[in-house]
Ligand binder design. Structure first.
Ligand SMILES: NC(=O)c1ccc[n+]([C@@H]2O[C@H](COP(=O)([O-])OP(=O)(O)OC[C@H]3O[C@@H](n4cnc5c(N)ncnc54)[C@H](O)[C@@H]3O)[C@@H](O)[C@H]2O)c1
Ligand SMILES: [Zn+2]
Length: 390
């Protein structure tokens, strides 16, 4: 059941996520960073001169957003800032160790609060540091990419990559709150925005026909910052996407069947990322292709009508272009065997049973996966060559 965003004002929404281990608010709207300090005081009971706030971000994001973030803090109550280089390759244990040492040297104690300002990489690293520093301190997510706002900042999964694979070391540690300032999306490269919107489409497919309808009918505004309804509709899409994730996490905090539905499109999506060395496609773009393959499989099983599958495929391509890549269907299917969502040797696969409903199945055959991958590759080859993207 998706969570409905409570309107705090015409432009601000709040979703209160309740799980067995934590309850916390997710605030969504523009200008949340401008009013950050008073919001934090309310949440943490900090006095303005408290030295216990530590903000983790990257140089690029800090260059764009430091003035806005710091404007709400008094001169004698600024957070201590730690910079981490951006990029997935820094989501590794040495970065975590460095941050832990920096925190200790700066005198962070059990009452300290970390602020994670950035995309999913920054959020995952900072959340993990918060999970293990002094056996766990509080942290707040300030996601600045669409993917982080609709997905990674919500749900308490934190961690880093190992040489053997992505997100293999980590912990469940929920934030104290999430402030998703949709204004920060204004500086995001358009390609990152489009890729993040693939996760919103996924959210629509798994749990909200209304969100899916909004995305399939209003790409004119959602993709174009100069459109008068852009900010409002993007805000609505973020809120509805968070609502789907929050509804699932609330009902299934750890990874059993329901939470697994968030992996719609990810089985082949992860295989595509791995087959292309995690370099060529953004995560959301790989998920877009993976969702197209999952739709094909669902339609072949008679779970999805031709018309529904067509609508999903069109919506995904509307938020493209999805970059083409070189891989054979066999190679992609082989890669799915090592997906960590494999439970005791069986591959769990998320099929769509409608627009807004999915199911997890464990009996998907090699032949079905191959046919799904082949049909996706066939569609890819028919796409016009995309222009160079920023
Ligand atoms: N914890 C979870 O539940 C969860 C869920 C999904 C994904 N993830 C993780 O999230 C990560 C991907 O996150 P991502 O897509 O946000 O990538 P990212 O954090 O690498 O950010 C993408 C790029 O955008 C830049 N950026 C961020 N905000 C910006 C802004 N407002 N303006 C301009 N540039 C900005 C970053 O510096 C970076 O170069 C992966 O590591 C993935 O494993 C975690
Ligand atoms: Zn994803």
């Amino acid at each position: 059941m998706p969570y409905d965003g409570r309107s705090v004002s015409a432009t601000h929404h709040q979703i209160d996520l309740q799980t067995p281990s934590a309850n916390y608010p997710i605030h969504i709207g523009p200008d949340l960073l401008v009013t950050l300090a008073p919001r934090l005081r309310k949440l943490t009971g900090f006095k303005s001169h408290s030295p216990r706030l530590f903000l983790v971000t990257s140089p690029e994001i800090w260059k764009l957003w430091s003035t806005t973030v710091l404007s709400s803090f008094p001169a004698d109550g600024q957070p201590t800032v730690f910079l981490v280089p951006s990029g997935e390759r820094h989501k590794r244990l040495p970065t975590v160790e460095r941050l832990l040492e920096e925190l200790a040297q700066a005198g962070a104690d059990r009452g300290s609060v970390l602020l994670a300002l950035g995309g999913g990489v920054l959020g995952d690293i900072t959340g993990f540091v918060a999970a293990i520093y002094m056996r766990g301190i509080r942290y707040i997510q300030l996601p600045t990419t669409l993917l982080a706002q609709v997905d990674s900042a919500v749900g308490g999964k934190t961690g880093v990559n190992l040489a053997a694979g992505k997100n293999l070391a980590g912990s469940f540690h929920h934030p104290l709150a999430v402030f998703a300032d949709t204004g920060t999306l204004g500086t995001l490269p358009p390609r990152e925005l489009r890729a993040g919107l693939q996760e919103s489409i996924k959210a629509g497919i798994i749990g909200s026909p209304e969100l899916f309808h909004l995305l399939e009918t209003r790409s004119d505004a959602i993709l174009h910052p100069e459109h008068p309804e852009h900010a409002d509709l993007l805000n609505r899409a973020v809120t509805a996407s968070v609502g789907v994730k929050a509804g699932i996490v609330a009902a299934d905090e750890r990874e059993s069947d329901l939470r697994m539905t968030l992996n719609f499109g990810h089985t082949l999506g992860h295989a595509i990322e791995a087959a292309t060395g995690y370099r060529q496609l953004l995560h959301g773009e790989a998920v877009g292709w993976g969702s197209i393959a999952a739709c094909h499989l669902s339609r072949e099983r008679g779970l999805l009508s031709v018309e529904q599958a067509g609508r999903i495929e069109r919506a995904i391509l509307l938020y493209g272009p999805l970059p083409p890549f070189v891989a054979t269907a066999e190679r992609l299917v082989d890669r799915t065997a090592s997906d960590k969502k494999n439970v005791s040797g069986k591959l769990s696969f998320v099929v769509a049973t409608g627009i807004g409903s999915v199911e997890v199945v464990q009996d998907v055959t090699h032949a079905e996966l191959l046919s799904a991958a082949e049909s996706m590759l066939h569609l890819m080859r028919r796409q016009p060559k995309p222009p160079a993207q920023p």
